[in-house]
Design a protein around this ligand. Sequence first.
Ligand code: NAI
Length: 384
Amino acid sequence: MKIGIVGSGAMGSGIAQVASTAGHEVILSDTREAALETSKNKLQKIMNRLIEKSRVEADEAQAIQGRIQYTTDNADMASCGLVIEAIVENLDVKKQVFKQLESIVSEDAMLASNTSSLSIASIAAACEHPERVLGIHFFNPAPLMKLVEIIPAIQSDPKVVETARQLINNWGKTTVLAKDTPGFIVNRVARPFYGEALRIYEEGIADFATIDWAMKDFGAFRMGPFQLMDYIGNDINFTVTETVFKAFWYDPRYKPAFTQKRLSEAGYLGRKTGKGYYDYSPEAMPPAHTGDTKLGIKIVNRVVAMLINEAADALYLNIASRDDIDLAMTRGVNYPKGLLQWADEIGIEECVARMDALYHEYLEDRYRCSPLLRRMARDGATFY
Ligand code: NAI
């Protein structure tokens, strides 16, 4: 099957590499000639690095590059069986592109969006045949991140969803099925990792370095929240948070933090600008953490309780299955273990007690315990 990819930015280029590596002919389009040129050059560099590391043979690398055709004309996608859109995150522009694509591809072609925050139903609504539209959400960088969220819109034909899921599985990815709701699985369930860490900082309970140290040393997370936000970029991370917050009709659980907004406004975006929560200039000394074990454990317990609560609530609201929620967090953002499995290990009653302690302390809706956890604690149930 020939694969079309619209938008040759960070995501489109990565997805093109994945599809071509899986053996597909790929048509990669962009409105800007310069973006196509950059994409082509980047792939050349990536392939050279993979050859150096003996991860691919030179002729294989050449074949991968050879299977990608670069174009500014979406009309070249006429014979594609699946087109994945990865353009600017703007609903009107995406709708226009889907409408145009439908007039180009054959009747049985599948159309997918890689959107992080828009509803698939709203994109599908632009089409005459919305049943062929679905969300296929890759993570950045697409060639390295194992997880792909598959999102059926209410209009999607289940057969289309199943075919697309099988295809992406064959590309060596782990797929999970998510309901068409803001943030899907990962960008919803992960919010407290950033948000609660920021809240703990804003309350003056601990500094960035201590929170990061605690989450890594006692929580076994690969990166601390501030380190990760600097890596992702504070502009991008803040936008995702703000988008999810608004999309949930201002649910205080997802409230963004002024600390991050100000960093973003100041241009302290993280690694890419040399400064974020941390200073990345060559002469900068990494700040020391306090080494206070008791405080460290308290921080981890609080953030993990919030994460578990979010995961439990996602299950409660049928956003995804138990297994897919745990897979999404271990494969999509490399959490040390699935949050629902973690809940079982901590004990459901203890999870409820931690949430209730926060709730009684602050009397904020932000800290409300998921009804599912409360019910499970009452019944002595476990997730596994
Ligand atoms: P990007 O800004 O790197 O690339 C977007 C590309 O689309 C640009 O090259 C632009 O010239 C092109 N473009 C814009 N309008 C177009 C049109 N009408 N037709 C053809 N090409 C057009 O953006 P990025 O980061 O690759 O994101 C693309 C999509 O993927 C967005 O919907 C974003 O929400 C989503 N996404 C982004 C992730 C990330 O970490 N960057 C992760 C997962 C999803």
